[in-house]
Design a protein around this ligand. Structure first.
Ligand code: NDP
Length: 326
């Protein structure tokens, strides 16, 4: 028996409890992992509170990512004791996730922890840091370099935004961070932001084109914020869109695309190809100092994960919550 956060639905409402379950309750898979650390992402907050239908079947163990050690593997791909991390692939939504002390998964979806990262550090980074790294790599792939100009990061007080600030700053970019919380300013400066901008400058409807400013953008917010970021992106600049914290809509015009040749690059971490993931984790291990990783995440025990999900959605969490599962 082991502990797990357990989601059930009754009369259309999600009920979350901390439960003891048996390994036999785990889904099929060739690899059994003893989970040491997981984390609470925006999506986990939605799943646990039931505020949005992200869970596709019940009962469910939430938790879109986890890190721990392999207990057994029938395919031979992993050995007992191997240190691994998993993010995305629908875990915590369509199949059991990481907010449990054991997980049984397809071993092909696991990534070996790169040297320099332990399970806690990997989950402090988690899906949020992984996604931020994908955004930075997309900017680079489209030719954005530090001497092209400033990069804007929206939702900077959150997990994706905070890691984007840190990764961009460590790569030499000048970063402007957008936040709705004045209390986040000092932390974001410590992560490497050179300017803090107020969220309401971006979140209201704006003009199709604004003064050109950004060489690149990492947007985890969507809606008017994304539209305004595009409108102020410099000729040939690149906007990466990975989130919808403000909304799923995109109330923009084509003007920045057809008059300034900007590129909008979509970022998905969930189904990102397995073969390319280890390289992303290696870059995260290289690009983030331990002090930065530590400053990004606060630890909570598994027993606190349910109330913490409410705090996360209420915007009370600074950076990320890492969950001590083991
Ligand atoms: P967090 O909750 O940690 O951060 C979201 C941040 O967005 C908040 O901290 C807040 O920043 C800002 N925000 C919240 N509400 C609003 C609003 N109404 N208007 C403007 N800004 C707002 O979430 P994550 O960083 O984990 O995820 C951010 C987004 O990215 C989510 O939508 C998530 O679903 C998505 N995501 C997508 C992934 C992908 O693969 N594409 C992977 C991971 C996440 P502040 O207080 O500083 O203003």
């Amino acid at each position: 028996m082991f502990k797990a956060i357990w989601l059930e639905q009754s009369a259309g409402r999600t009920e979350a409890t901390l439960k003891e379950i048996d390994t036999a309750a785990l889904p099929e898979g060739d690899t059994l992992v003893r989970v040491r650390w997981s984390s609470l992402n925006y999506k986990d907050g939605l799943a646990i509170t039931g505020k949005s239908p992200v869970v596709r079947k019940f009962p469910m163990v939430p938790g879109i990512d986890f890190a721990g050690e392999v207990e057994s593997c029938t395919s031979g791909a992993w050995r007992p004791g191997d240190q691994v991390v998993l993010t995305g692939w629908g875990h915590g939504e369509a199949s059991f996730g990481g907010l449990a002390q054991m997980a049984r998964v397809d071993g092909g979806k696991l990534v070996r922890l790169p040297s320099g990262l332990d399970a806690r550090a990997a989950m402090s980074i988690g899906t949020a840091g992984f996604t931020a790294m994908l955004c930075v790599m997309a900017l680079e792939a489209h030719g954005v370099t530090p001497d092209e100009g400033e990069v804007l990061v929206t939702g900077a007080g959150g997990g994706v935004g905070g890691f984007a600030v840190a990764l961009l700053a460590s790569a030499g970019f000048k970063v402007a961070a957008v936040t709705g919380r004045t209390s986040e300013g000092d932390r974001l400066r410590q992560l490497g932001a050179s300017e803090i901008l107020q969220r309401d400058q971006f979140s209201q409807p704006g003009r199709p084109l604004a003064k050109e400013r950004w060489a690149g953008v990492v947007d985890s917010v969507g809606s008017h914020t994304l539209a305004n970021a595009c409108a102020a992106t410099r000729y040939g600049g690149v906007v990466t869109a990975c989130g919808l914290a403000q909304g799923m809509d995109f109330p923009a015009s084509v003007a920045p695309f057809i008059l300034r040749g900007i590129t909008l690059a979509g970022i998905d971490s969930v189904s990102y190809p397995a073969a390319k993931r280890a390289a992303v984790w290696k870059r995260l291990a290289r690009g983030l100092a331990p002090a930065v990783i530590g400053a990004m995440a606060e630890a909570v025990p598994l027993e606190r994960a349910i109330p913490a999900a409410d705090d996360l959605l209420a915007g009370k969490v600074s950076g990320r919550l890492v969950v001590d599962v083991g």
